[in-house]
Write a protein that binds this ligand. Structure first.
Ligand code: NAG
Ligand code: NAG
Ligand code: NAG
Ligand code: NAG
Length: 478
């Protein structure tokens, strides 16, 4: 009974079941092949400029005689490095990499002991027809990092040619032959353990990778994996949390991400789908941290605007105001009264926001409350990527106002509403649109940048597809 319970409950601890990823990333075959090309160049570079690990072995000659040998300081003289192949491999839910027909010329030092005899020298070695096939599994650890484990490694060497340098004694010739035979047998294991070491060190890098990215002092973007990576024939699919939380009071919003299917665009290296949940979680964070409020005074109204923020200037809109409070400067407190919600509709981003405007008269250091109006507004935005920048434009739809509380008696809000719409249309939106037309540079790292990007707004999510380009080849692997 207990065992049954454990079996039923265990999976719940490991996956946050029921939660939909708000961000989905698809790595297409084109992206994998670009990665393979970059990594192949890097391996060749390392092979040509580095020293290979030492190899030691013990050869049993019989009659209690052993030869203990070490070859060290091995460098690659020449390498005929065929393009490796990499493919998505559903059988291990990972990747399969192979290099077929590698030829390499090596040079180094050898050292051997047999009882009281110590011999050493330098050598040349050639390996012909080395084949290597390695398969790995992609998974996820409990913190939402991607994990990489070696599933299988097969290495084969064709011919091995070993030559000791200089004049060789009969004993050295014996060693040469024995070491060559032993190496021929041992090399496949040595090659595979080197490959497994590289995989383990990549796995360590993945484990150390950040999954939380502070966007500014107020909010942080959480991008852990929430599902196991899914390997298909031609792509790899990652589901990420994609929630923006407040730095001061991190809480989950009172809504969840809706499921969506990211657009397949195999012509691009990668595709990303971002649900409106991500923007709304940011909206919730700002709202619940009381950051969606602003105080507006007269000096913030553009000088060209015909109406000033003082009680006399408000006469045409609220006739009783200048009579009750003549010639006083005013202060407005504008704040959201609900979480502003974004929704992605095909072709447009719609924002509906509810707020309140509280008006005060400034009497010396005191603020006298005058009235409060509630505002309902709807905005529609368009977004696109143009030459590496995210650009957009916003228009206003449905702006309406009604009187909430009033210390100065009732008044009609129509005229005030028209004035607010005018302020929006001639001052606020043009300024905002000017900034959006210039746009924001797409995110890039020190090593890579996005090129050839396309962004479209779909029902419920934004679809972004792009190629990537490495800027500095070397730094990426340090
Ligand atoms: C190599 O052998 C020579 C003698 O043949 C010896 O003088 C030298 O110390 C040895 N070097 C090493 C590193 O064992
Ligand atoms: C208006 O507010 C700004 C920013 O809060 C402040 O710097 C400025 O002094 C205020 N102007 C008046 C006239 O109160
Ligand atoms: C109020 O605004 C009017 C212009 O509409 C201006 O003439 C007047 O000086 C302003 N009063 C104060 C107290 O700023
Ligand atoms: C405002 O909303 C109503 C329905 O609520 C709609 O009929 C009208 O077209 C909208 N106005 C604008 C300017 O979008």
């Amino acid at each position: 009974m207990f065992l049954k319970w454990v079996i039923l409950v265990l999976p719940l601890i490991y996956c946050s079941c029921g939660q939909n990823p708000a961000m989905q990333v698809v790595l297409n075959d084109k992206g994998l092949q670009y990665g393979r090309h970059v990594v192949a160049g890097w391996i060749q570079d390392k092979l040509e400029h580095g020293t290979l690990p030492d190899i030691s072995g013990k050869i049993n000659l019989g009659f209690l005689f052993n030869i203990q040998y070490t070859i060290s300081g091995v460098t690659v003289r020449k390498c005929d490095f065929p393009e490796p192949s990499v493919e998505f491999y559903q059988a291990t839910s990972g990747l399969k990499m192979s290099i077929i027909g590698l030829n390499v010329a090596l040079a180094g030092d050898w050292k051997a002991n047999c009882r009281f005899i110590h011999e050493n020298g330098s050598f040349d070695m050639a390996l012909f027809g080395v084949d290597l096939i390695s398969t790995v599994k992609l998974g996820m650890d409990t913190d939402g990092h991607m994990s990489l484990t070696s599933v299988n490694c097969i290495a084969q060497t064709g011919d091995v040619d070993l030559r000791f340098h200089g004049e060789t004694s009969w004993f050295q010739r014996l060693l040469e032959g024995r070491i060559k035979d032993h190496l021929t047998k041992q090399l496949p294991t040595t090659i595979c353990s080197a490959v497994e070491e590289v995989i383990a060190s990549l796995e360590n890098h993945l484990k150390d990778m950040n999954v939380n990215f502070p966007l500014n002092e107020d909010v942080t973007l959480d991008l852990p994996l929430i599902d196991q990576p899914v390997v298909h024939m031609k792509n790899l699919h990652l589901g990420l949390k994609g929630e923006i939380h407040s730095n001061t009071c991190p809480r989950d919003p009172p809504f969840v991400a809706q499921a969506f299917s990211v657009l397949q665009r195999p012509g691009y290296m990668l595709s990303v789908g971002l649900s409106d949940f991500t923007l709304n979680s940011a909206s919730f964070s700002y709202y619940s941290s009381n950051l969606l409020q602003v105080f507006i005074n007269d000096s913030m109204i553009p000088p060209s605007f015909p109406v000033r923020l003082n009680t006399s200037s408000m006469g045409p809109f609220i006739p009783q105001l200048p009579k009750m409070f003549p010639d006083l400067l005013m202060l407005l407190h504008i704040h959201a009264t609900d979480i502003p919600m974004f929704s992605f509709r095909s072709g447009a981003v719609v924002l509906s926001a509810k707020g309140a405007v509280e008006a005060f008269a400034i009497q010396g250091t005191a603020l006298t409350p005058l009235f409060k109006v509630c505002v309902n507004s709807n905005f529609k935005g368009k977004a696109r990527v143009d030459v590496g920048r995210l650009k957009g434009s916003v228009t206003m739809h449905n702006f309406s106002m009604n009187l909430g509380e009033s210390e100065i008696g009732p008044f009609k809000t129509d005229a005030l509403e028209n004035m607010a719409v005018m302020l929006m249309q001639i001052a606020i939106l043009p300024q905002l649109n000017e900034k959006l037309a210039v746009g924001f540079a797409l995110p890039r790292t020190a090593h890579a940048q996005l090129v050839n990007s396309l962004l479209t707004v779909e029902e419920g999510f934004v679809a972004f597809s792009s190629d990537a380009q490495l800027v500095t080849k070397d730094a990426m692997f340090r």
